[in-house]
Design a protein around this ligand. Structure first.
Ligand code: URA
Length: 184
């Protein structure tokens, strides 16, 4: 890969890339949102709706993510939203370690271009791209410094909360804590 300078260059590279099998059977779903965002949300992998529309978090989990953002007065246009894996795993299975490793350079390049202050991994697949030895159960709802100028603030994945009212409540509480952290 030549190093892309802009998100548009990176999107073009992703469209042409066929490095894993699911890149040949599904549509590329690049990140979306404000290229100058101070905060980036990172999900797991696209689902059916995302595959159809080529945009991240546009299905049921995306609706909940919109509500979570609105709960701290943020809109999609204020943030950047992306996934670890840029293609839909069939039957919504978990992405494999190989798929995650193969797609990681795209995430790293997105982050290098945007240079956010806060990254919010949604769920364990995204969390383990930043910290390998902690669980989402222990890490959710609190900031951790990755470098002096970059914090990681993990949240549960919105899809996990869709059918679990307790988790949904925790997610909204954690989001409130994120809002407070962003204001500080
Ligand atoms: N779940 C994800 O992890 N990403 C999406 O884009 C949609 C649902």
């Amino acid at each position: 890969m030549t190093t892309p300078q802009t998100l548009d260059d990176l999107r073009q590279q992703l469209i042409q890339w066929k490095g894993i099998d699911i890149a040949k059977t599904s549509n590329p779903v690049p990140g979306d949102g404000n290229p100058k965002a101070a905060i980036v949300f990172v999900g797991e992998a696209p689902g059916q709706r995302e595959d159809e529309l080529g945009k991240p978090f546009v299905g049921q989990a995306g609706k909940l993510l919109d509500e979570l953002l609105a709960s701290i007065d943020l809109k999609r246009e204020d943030v950047y939203i992306t996934n670890v894996v840029k293609f839909r795993p069939p039957e919504n299975r978990d992405p494999t370690p190989e798929e995650k490793a193969a797609c990681l350079p795209f995430l790293q390049l997105e982050l290098a271009i945007i240079r956010p202050k806060v990254i919010v991994p949604l769920g364990r697949h995204a969390l383990t791209q930043f910290f390998t030895n902690i669980s989402i159960t222990d890490a959710h709802g609190k900031p951790r410094k990755l470098t002096d100028s970059l914090s990681i603030f993990p949240l549960y994945h919105p899809a996990a909360a869709l059918h679990n009212p307790n988790l949904k409540q925790t997610l909204f509480e954690d989001m409130k804590a994120l809002g407070k952290f962003l204001r500080e």
